[in-house]
Design a protein around this ligand. Sequence first.
Ligand SMILES: [Zn+2]
Length: 293
Amino acid sequence: MDNNTTSKATTKDSVTGSCLAIIRQAIAEPGLIHEAYSRFHGYSLRNQLLAMIQCVQRGIMPCPLATYPGWERLGRHVMRGQKTLVLCVPITQAQPETDDDAVREPADDASRVFFVYRSRWFVLSQTDGDAYDPVDVPAWSEERALKHLGIKIVPFDHLDGNVQGYATPEGNVAINPVAGLRHKTLFHELAHIILGHAKDETVSRSVREVEAEGVALFCCEALGLEGSVYARGYLQHWLGREALTEVSAQRIISTAHRILAAGVRRNLLIPLPGDAAFARIMQEKRVWCFLSR
Ligand SMILES: [Zn+2]
């Protein structure tokens, strides 16, 4: 090994060390869980199946369920001429029926519970609202990134509206149109695909979520997009009391680098994770410098 090689290796080690420190600091700073993970009522399996059957019969794509006022609260409007879906509702003497989204669980005294069918729900595809707006900031383009990565955005067809997005087995991404932070979900799901999480059963769910959200955190910070506080909250939730391993930290850095590099505009430079400049800017901004408190 010559001197030049040694100095390059030393520089790379110090950059890696800085990035690892940044990730650890990111984990230490308090985060929040976005309310978008609990906006929708958790329908029973029976009611989900009931909704699914009606969607298939009518040729509607199965997707998140809510009542007319529920969709209004989410800023979406049921389209004219749409027919309601029927769900099974438990009624008890102690819990009078309401017009709410929730299908209440029956009380302990089962002798007083009876079930009725009510017709008041609509799925997301029966509503109108803001179309998906691709991330388009001066330094980075979602369209360019997806093209270079060979990944497509496909329609969201999950019945649970609290799911923000998912990666499909074919390696594409679906994003809930009412996701709390669509760009953060995009980075998270792209990370799942690039990291090969769906194909590797040896990696636990918690490690997969920590790695994907770590990537989302880096991308939000590098592009100046909102969502870091929620990325930290989600990441800390899945990390629990475990320490972030060096292997995961390296995977987070290299994946964020790949996503950012795929969408970076040719005539603009942004600091990328893994670059000394990125580590320095993050530290200068004191974005995550709270570890020593
Ligand atoms: Zn995930």
